[in-house]
Design a binder for this molecule. Structure first.
Ligand code: 26Q
Length: 829
């Protein structure tokens, strides 16, 4: 046991008297010990942050104990391992999650309360680890939790950004970005590993040299950057497995230029060092656009090279044949962001370890899997050949060689189809020569997966249709999931204990057990308790809303929630058109029949995404007018929750009644917020897009509100010449709403402010078909409002949602990756 004994407290603290002298639990003693010996404080001088630190150190001791044993076990049994390469891990806070997964939550809570502190207050001192943008990054974090829980020997590799996702404030209704200095105070959850450092090269040139069977390549005159490892332990739930998340930090090879320093040029002396260390300085805050910046490519290669070197070092700890490599390692590419790994593994095997090209390529393709997360053309990564060749000259050569052999194979299979060759080439020759990272990832992987059934189907018929002909069977579906530990147990303890009381705790590890509560949907008493829990969660949320936005909301109104990145395809604007429609109905004297609603928005816009920022501003302008209008009263409130992040999500999901999943059909790859909402007892209003399709299959048509065009109908509509004006003229409510936006109803001081939104929808073709879906959306919202009046029926359906979303556990998802892609087994102790 790592927790020090009570006796040692009094011995070591000679002279320092603990304030509490009664019988203490080992945890309470450990809390006090850490306060003294890790923070150098006494209870008298301790701040809330000191108590947070001692709580985190106490829980960490328990984590470390299992962590070192897990590492030992892996070394001893030498199982196959999977490496999850991702530019993003959106972890959030770690303390509560660690305590929960280790099963010591209650002891920690009691220990703190003995000392006069509340766990809920203490955990709030921890900053979110916000090393991700949104869904893709959060998925990586859920996967780490599930891999550890399922005892799968898995490691995450990424970047230790000094600044994560920007912090959003709203000033005069507009988004303002502030740096996220999450490492300002010591990060208790990370361990610096100076012994694990690797050199990563950039720039320089390639020289050839003769070998016995041809020619070899040296990469020379390059600049080096040092990658230093930082490890974060990832504890599984109800298991002794603690896996590792290894994040790389860039360090300059030299402290500073001594000659410049001696000459008195102090700023010049540190310039080089700063430029190097900028590589891991900040997360790119774009979630769905591939801005082709040199620093981004540097970040990608930096972390990929260090990770591949680390993976091979571990493989080579034992003497073995290179042929064993695919039996010992699997590497998953989280989108194309780490796809350069395909070329880097070839580089390591061929140039560094001197394998034959053909041999190395066979191994490489057996090792990689690639997950695609988007069909949106603007998010598909390409790099100019010029930039690529300057930064990574040898890797560009390797990619050309891979492409040459690939195109030969295609030409052999489909002789004479030169158009096909042009379309599938890794090098796009059409607009100034670019490297297509998605093509590199497909060619270099044995399996490519989409993240929901519809998305995977669309991959095969649209984006990767050619590749699906070339490589039949390579494309599979693995539907996303979420970890029930954070997204049920941790964020909704009341619902969790109710479920435990009625069906036992088995659902924590097998979420499909939730189906046992199906019959309870018909039980009036159960529905009442279920409703009381929802009410308590809404009350907690209402208090927070009031605190952060100053808006008072009615906890008995329908909480209608859309929380996700702000993007045109996600259609926050469609939601807002409904809000304004309701407002107009109230203003025209129809207030009585209206179901009171609180419409909550949350999400960040990429700093350079002007239209998304304008939408945030419009939401806030509408909120200001609606919330202040005495005619509205508490029939309608609009709230923009600032700085939506993981810890805010933990509060918002349990407090939601209605889950807005309203993207244009065919645009949202999966969505995972949709799963979190349903699991916490919200009903969904959504299009047949992403995982909504499967949620509908699971919960049943009667228990979800589906509206709008399907993917096929969207395509047909666009093909047959969509004209948004037709919808504008055909629907009086819609016309009124759009005219108000266009003429400055919500911004009298600057009437043209939202003209661009009107123009986008009417003059520029309404790319995401908001107008085409408006009528169906409004009618469906009216059905939602009507149902909410019948609280018994509403809660019956909400219970059925909770009962039937077991499929969307990330444990199921990871089980599928393990068997279908990684061919890896659990290692149980
Ligand atoms: C690319 C190049 C340069 C800079 C940034 C980027 C970049 C960064 C992040 C491009 C895309 C992303 C993130 C994408 C993302 O979060 N996709 C979401 O993935 C989820 C998990 O699979 C899905 O549920 C969502 O539907 C999908 O939008």
């Amino acid at each position: 046991m790592t927790t020090p004994k009570a006796k040692s407290v009094s011995k070591k603290t000679a002279g320092i008297k603990p304030t509490i002298t009664t019988e203490q639990t080992p945890i309470a003693q450990a809390l006090q010990n850490h306060l003294i010996f890790s923070s150098g404080k006494t209870s008298a001088s301790a701040t809330k942050r000191d108590w947070y630190a001692s709580t985190a150190y106490t829980v960490r001791d328990h984590v470390i104990e299992r962590w070192v044993k897990t590492v030992e076990g892996y070394r001893e049994h030498d199982p196959k391992r999977v490496y999850y390469l991702s530019l993003e891990f959106l972890i959030g806070r770690m303390l509560s999650n660690a305590a929960l997964n280790l099963g010591i939550n209650d002891e920690v809570r009691d220990g703190l309360s003995d000392l006069g502190y509340q766990l809920e207050n203490v955990v709030e001192m921890e900053s979110d680890a916000a090393l991700g943008n949104g869904g893709l990054g959060r998925l990586a974090a859920c996967f780490l939790d599930s891999m550890a829980t399922l005892d799968i020997p898995g490691t995450g590799y990424g970047i230790r950004y000094e600044y994560g996702m920007f912090r959003q404030t709203i000033e005069k209704g507009q988004q303002v970005e502030n740096p996220d200095n999450w490492l300002r105070y010591v990060n208790i959850w990370e361990f610096q590993r100076p012994e694990h450092t690797y050199m990563v090269q950039f720039f320089g040139k390639v020289v050839e040299y003769p070998t016995k069977n041809g020619v070899g390549y040296h990469w020379v005159e390059s600049e080096s950057v040092v990658a230093m490892a930082y490890d974060i332990p990832i504890p599984g739930y109800d298991t002794h497995t603690v896996n590792n998340l290894r994040l790389w930090s860039a360090k300059a090879t030299r402290e500073f230029d001594l000659r410049q320093f001696n000459d008195g040029n102090y700023e010049k002396a540190v310039e080089g060092r700063n430029a190097t260390e900028n590589i891991s300085k900040v997360l790119y805050p774009n979630d769905a656009s591939a801005s082709g910046r040199e620093l981004r490519l540097k970040q990608q290669y930096f972390f990929v090279s260090a990770s591949i070197q680390d993976i091979l070092r571990r493989f080579l700890l034992k003497r073995r044949e290179w042929n064993e490599l695919p039996d010992k390692i699997a590497i998953q590419l989280n989108d194309t962001h780490p796809a350069i790994a395909v070329a880097e593994l070839m580089y390591q095997l061929v140039d560094v370890h001197r394998l034959e090209w053909a041999h190395a390529w066979k191994l490489v393709v057996k090792i990689f899997g690639y997950t695609n997360h988007t069909l949106m053309p603007e998010a598909l990564e390409t790099w100019s050949v010029e930039l690529f060749g300057r930064l990574l000259p040898r890797h560009l050569g390797i990619i050309y060689q891979i492409n040459h052999e690939f195109l030969q194979m295609v030409n052999h299979k489909f002789p004479g189809d030169t158009d096909l060759l042009t379309r599938v080439s890794i090098i796009d020759e059409s607009n100034g020569r670019r490297v297509r990272m998605a093509h590199l990832a497909v060619v270099g992987s044995h399996t490519v997966n989409g993240v929901a059934a519809l998305h995977s189907q669309l991959l095969k018929t649209t984006l990767f249709a050619d590749f699906n002909r070339i490589y039949p069977g390579k494309f599979v579906n693995i539907t996303n999931g979420i970890t029930p530990r954070r997204w049920l147990n941790q964020c909704n303890p009341q619902l969790t204990s109710l479920l435990e009381k009625v069906i036992g705790a088995g659902f924590q590890k097998d979420l499909s057990d939730l189906s046992d509560i199906v019959p309870l949907a018909e039980d009036k008493a159960f529905r009442k308790v279920f409703r009381e829990i929802k009410r308590a969660n809404k009350l907690r949320l209402a208090q927070r809303l009031e605190k952060v936005t100053g808006v008072t909301v009615n906890p008995d109104s329908l909480f209608d929630v859309q929380i996700k990145r702000i993007h045109e395809y996600k259609r926050q604007l469609l939601n807002l058109l409904h809000v304004i429609t309701l407002y107009n109905r109230i203003r025209s004297g129809n207030a009585d029949s209206i179901t009171p609603r609180t419409v909550i928005f949350g999400g960040k816009a990429a700093p350079g995404y002007w239209m998304a920022k304008l939408i945030i501003r419009l939401i806030n302008d509408v909120a200001a007018i609606v919330n202040e209008d005495p005619a509205v009263g508490d029939k309608l409130k609009v709230v923009f929750y600032p700085n939506y992040e993981v810890s805010a999500a933990e509060l918002l999901f349990p407090g939601s009644d209605l889950s807005e999943q309203i993207s244009t059909a065919g645009t949202e790859a999966s969505g995972t917020g949709n799963m979190k909402m349903a699991l916490n007892g919200a009903l969904t209003i959504g299009t047949l897009d992403g995982a909504n399709v499967e949620i509908k299959e699971e919960v049943g048509d009667e228990n979800i509100f589906i509206f709008g065009l399907t993917t096929d109908e969207v395509a047909e509509k666009k093909a047959s010449g969509y004209n948004p004006w037709d919808y504008y003229h055909a629907n009086a409510e819609l016309k009124q709403v759009l005219d108000m936006i266009a003429t400055g109803f919500f911004c009298v001081d600057e009437p043209d402010r939202y003209k661009a939104i009107f123009d986008n929808l009417l003059q520029k073709g309404d790319h995401y078909l908001l107008l085409a879906d408006y009528e169906s959306y409004i009618a469906t919202q009216d059905a939602v409002s009507a149902l909410y009046k019948d609280q018994e029926e509403w809660s019956r359906r909400a219970i059925l949602n909770v009962a039937r979303v077991g499929k969307f556990s990330s444990d199921r998802t990871i089980g599928e990756y393990a068997s279908k892609i990684w061919k890896i087994q659990a290692l149980k102790r």
